[in-house]
Design a protein around this ligand. Structure first.
Ligand code: SAH
Length: 369
C-alpha cells in the first residue's frame, strides 16, 4: 500500500513502528525469544523508558545490539496548551516536518486521549476544519502510538490515559493497517492493556474497511452520521456518495452483531437549520431502528471560514428529546477545550504538502478492494 508510508523504512528502525506480533518477529530475527518483546513493551509503555541502557532486565549484549539497529522515537512537541477546562492539546511535529494534533480530555473518572491517524484528511466533510487542510499522508504505527507514549510521559501527576478515541485528524479506516497495529499496542497487556470498550475508532463510513475492522480487532466503533437521509449526507459527508446509508447501516448492524451486545455510537453534529429539525430527528430514529446503538449529538464547533452555525441549545434539546422518546440513548457531547481550538473538528495541525490531495488521489490506493 503506497500511502501506508512508514517513516523509518530507511535507516535505524523505530521500535514504536512494530505492533506486538511484528516486534516478536523482529526479535526472533535477532535470535531472541518471544518474551523479550513483552519485556521491551513494558519498558517503553509502562515504565516510559526509551533508553536501552536503562532496561535492566535485558542483557547488555542485547541492549547494545538493539541500540545499533533501532531507536525509540515519538513525534516531538511543538506546542503544549491547556484550556481553562483542563483539556490539553499538543501540536506535534513528525520527522518530515508535518504537524498533527493530539488532545487529552480529563474527566473525574477517566482521561481520554483523542489521537490523530493521518496528516490532514482526504474526505472533505463540509463542516470539518481538518478537511480544509487537505491530505498529506498516513501516519505510521510509531507516530500513532507515539502520541500515547508522549502524552503518558508528560501528563500531570494523578492523570492517566484510560480511554483512547481515534477521533483526531484523519480518517482512521483509510490508514487501516497502521491504525490497527497501534490499537493492538493500546490493548496489549504488556503495553497499555486498554479494554475493548476503552478504545474507540470513529469513521465517516468507509464501508469495506468496517467489515475488515470487524474481522481484525474487537474495538468500539463510532460512526459519523450527521444526516438522516442520503441527499443531505451526500452534501455533508461526501463519502456517502460512494457508500450510501443503506450500505453503511448494514455494515453497522453486522459490526454490532459480531460482538457481544456491542452498540455502535452514532455521532451527529448539530448544524443550525441544516440537520437539526424535529422531522429530521424522527427520520433519524426510524433510520436507526434496527441497529443497536446510542446517539451522541455534537454541538458544531465553528472555525475560521466555516459556513455553518451551531444549533440553538433548545433545538438540540428538542432533538435529543425526540430520540429519547423513541427509546434511544441520546447524549449531547460537552464541548471541551474550545478556548484552545481543541474541540471536535477544530484540529488542523499544519499540512505542508497538500499536493497529494484530490478526492481521487486521497482515497486512491486504499480504496481499491
Ligand atoms: N474521520 C473520522 C474521525 C474524526 S472524528 C470520522 O469522521 O469519524 C471527529 C468527529 O468530530 C467526527 O464525528 C466529525 O464528524 C466531528 N466533527 C468534525 N468537524 C466538526 C465540527 N466543526 N464541530 C463538531 N464536530 C465536528
Amino acid at each position: 500500500m503506497k500511502s501506508a508510508f512508514a517513516p523509518s523504512d530507511t535507516g535505524p528502525k523505530n521500535l514504536l513502528d512494530f505492533d506486538p506480533g511484528s516486534l516478536e518477529q523482529f526479535l526472533a530475527g535477532m535470535g531472541e525469544k518471544r518474551f523479550r518483546a513483552s519485556q521491551l513493551l513494558k519498558w517503553i509503555h509502562q515504565e516510559g523508558v526509551v533508553d536501552f541502557d536503562q532496561m535492566s532486565n535485558i542483557s547488555k549484549d542485547l541492549r547494545q545490539r538493539l541500540a545499533s539497529v533501532c531507536h525509540i522515537r515519538t513525534p516531538s512537541i511543538v506546542f503544549d496548551q491547556t484550556a481553562s477546562d483542563g483539556t490539553r492539546k499538543w501540536l506535534l511535529q513528525t520527522e518530515c516536518g508535518n504537524r498533527i494534533e493530539t488532545v487529552f480530555i480529563p474527566e473525574e473518572s477517566r482521561g481520554t486521549l483523542c489521537v490523530s491517524s493521518q496528516i490532514g484528511c482526504a474526505l472533505d466533510c463540509s463542516f470539518c476544519s481538518t478537511a480544509k487542510q487537505g491530505f498529506n499522508r498516513n501516519l505510521g504505527v510509531g507516530e500513532i502510538i507515539g502520541q500515547l507514549v508522549l502524552a503518558s510521559s508528560v501528563l500531570e501527576a494523578g492523570q492517566r490515559v484510560t480511554n483512547v478515541v481515534m477521533m483526531g485528524m484523519g480518517e482512521p479506516l483509510l490508514n487501516f493497517n497502521n491504525v490497527v497495529g497501534a490499537m493492538r499496542l493500546m490493548m496489549d497487556d504488556s503495553a497499555y492493556g486498554l479494554s475493548k470498550r476503552r478504545v474507540t475508532l470513529s469513521t465517516s463510513g468507509v464501508v469495506p474497511y468496517m467489515y475488515r475492522l470487524r474481522d481484525s480487532i474487537d474495538v468500539a466503533l463510532a460512526v459519523s452520521l450527521h444526516a438522516p437521509d442520503d441527499d443531505l449526507r451526500n452534501q455533508l459527508v461526501p463519502i456517502n456518495r460512494r457508500y450510501p446509508l443503506k450500505e453503511l447501516l448494514k455494515a453497522c448492524k453486522d459490526f454490532a452483531a459480531a460482538g457481544n451486545r456491542r452498540k455502535i455510537t452514532f455521532e451527529y453534529v448539530m448544524l443550525d437549520e441544516v440537520n437539526d429539525g424535529p422531522h429530521q430527528a424522527r427520520r433519524l430514529s426510524r433510520l436507526l431502528s434496527h441497529v443497536p446503538c446510542k446517539i451522541n449529538l455534537i454541538p458544531f464547533n465553528p472555525f475560521p471560514g466555516s459556513d455553518y452555525r451551531c444549533s440553538r441549545p433548545q433545538v438540540i434539546q428538542r432533538f435529543q428529546e425526540i430520540l429519547m422518546q423513541q427509546g434511544y440513548v441520546a447524549t449531547v457531547r460537552k464541548t471541551r477545550g474550545e478556548d484552545i481550538d481543541a474541540a471536535c473538528g477544530q484540529l488542523v495541525g499544519k499540512v505542508q504538502d497538500r499536493t497529494r490531495r484530490t478526492t481521487k488521489a486521497g482515497l486512491g490506493e486504499d480504496m481499491k478492494f
